[in-house]
Ligand binder design. Structure first.
Ligand SMILES: [Cu+2]
Length: 160
């Protein structure tokens, strides 16, 4: 299966980066977190926002507090809620990651909104994302990953 190969390679990259970041020795929030299947929706010329999605599993309670990418001027954490029968997006200050429970960021649910995208994101390319994670004592650390750009079917994510 094509996707499983992709996931394995991503895990290997994430593991390598974690070992570099955590070489200081102290327990960091990023050590407790693994990310699989990160992807970003492809854009068309002139489109300035795109959703980024992934599955995040934390071994200890952690929170995702910020996301950055060099391809976007800004990024926000969003949730989708029903409001009078209409799906609406709402910014989240942080996304709680309970221990040992995978949190799925996916179209129609939690997602990262890349905002002020500087160029077209083409299917098949890879986009770096930096996640800032916060542990229960407030300590922050970062996790870097490469997300694959995918041309997913339209309609899964509303425009802002
Ligand atoms: Cu959004």
């Amino acid at each position: 299966m094509q996707t499983s190969k992709h996931i394995c390679r991503t895990r290997a990259v994430v593991a390598a980066l974690i070992s570099i970041i955590s070489s200081g020795g102290a327990a960091l929030a990023a050590d407790a977190v693994s990310v699989s299947n990160p992807w970003v929706r492809a854009t068309v010329p002139g489109q300035s926002v795109a959703g980024a999605y992934m599955d995040i599993t934390a071994k200890a309670r952690t929170a995702l507090v910020a996301v950055e990418s060099p391809v976007a001027g800004n990024a926000e954490l969003h949730t989708m809620t029903m409001d009078g029968g209409v799906m609406k997006m709402r910014p989240l200050e942080k996304l709680e990651l309970p221990a040992n429970k995978t949190v799925n960021l996916k179209p129609g649910g939690y997602h990262v909104m890349l905002i002020d995208i500087k160029r077209e994101l083409k299917a098949g390319e890879r986009v770096p994302l930096t996640l800032t994670l916060q542990d229960q004592k407030g300590g922050k650390s970062t996790l870097q990953l490469d997300a694959e750009v995918r041309a997913a079917a339209a309609g899964g994510h509303m425009q802002h």
